[in-house]
Design a protein around this ligand. Sequence first.
Ligand SMILES: Nc1ncnc2c1ncn2[C@@H]1O[C@H](COP(=O)(O)OP(=O)(O)O)[C@@H](O)[C@H]1O
Ligand SMILES: [Mg+2]
Length: 284
Amino acid sequence: MSDTYQPDGTEDVPAAAVPPAEAIPALEVRDVTVRFAGLTALDSVSFTVAPGSVHAVIGPNGAGKSTCFNVLSGVYRATSGSVRFGTAELTALPPHRIAALGMARTFQNIALSPHLSVRDNLMLGRHRLTRAGFLSAGLRLPSARREAARHGERVAEIAAFVGLTGHLATPVGLLPYGVQKRIELARALCMEPRLLMLDEPVAGMNGGERREMAELIVAVRESLGISILLVEHDMGMVMRLADAVTVLDFGKRIADGPPELVQNDPEVIRAYLGATSETEEAST
Ligand SMILES: Nc1ncnc2c1ncn2[C@@H]1O[C@H](COP(=O)(O)OP(=O)(O)O)[C@@H](O)[C@H]1O
Ligand SMILES: [Mg+2]
């Protein structure tokens, strides 16, 4: 018997809004078609991201990679087809509902607030997990202060993991491009995702920055055990990192499987050779 007064058992609501470690479900993309006026950007594309794997979607410019990404994150609506993350059907959900299922993304072009510090940009990444909300934080309620402190600690941990500790107080806009791309990845990690979606994470980077980013992606997979969907133009990078590769060309899936099989596929070689001039343009 307890002598603590608990009228209806609602007193003891835990302060933490961080979800418990949940099982990582598969992401199943089935027959997804996306049409824009007169153009089929994705044509009945299917693939499965296995739990805890690095899955790459590659293809020449205009192949439909970003469109695919935008459908998975709810930015574009599929014309037909289905996307399932575990038991959830995503194709009718808005972006914030998809994010709430634990799918976090980065953008092909940097989407950070350049005037805010690295720390503040990362704190914004924790918004989905913030129970008290920024209003009560603004009112300085003690519970909100405690919660902010807890999120601040997690932000510091993630910053350390991604190698950003020394930059936490710096406005994002003052940092080099390669560092900004890592901040984007850190911000996505701040959402405690179960699936991390990276759109061309090494685009525009020099060789050293590319290697660093590749190592970071491996470290994320190994230490967090989450699934990673990597949309990438650069085939070499993908072949070293990915467990499975889906190749798109003009909106169609032309190959799917382990990297060593895919990279020797004649149709894949043809698609990439046909796009050589574009590839060179894109990497300058
Ligand atoms: N919002 C849109 N409206 C019209 N066409 C689009 C839109 N987004 C992409 N496209 C077209 O869809 C095709 C695939 O584009 P995209 O998915 O960006 O390719 P990738 O990322 O592989 O380079 C391209 O022909 C592109 O012009
Ligand atoms: Mg793209």
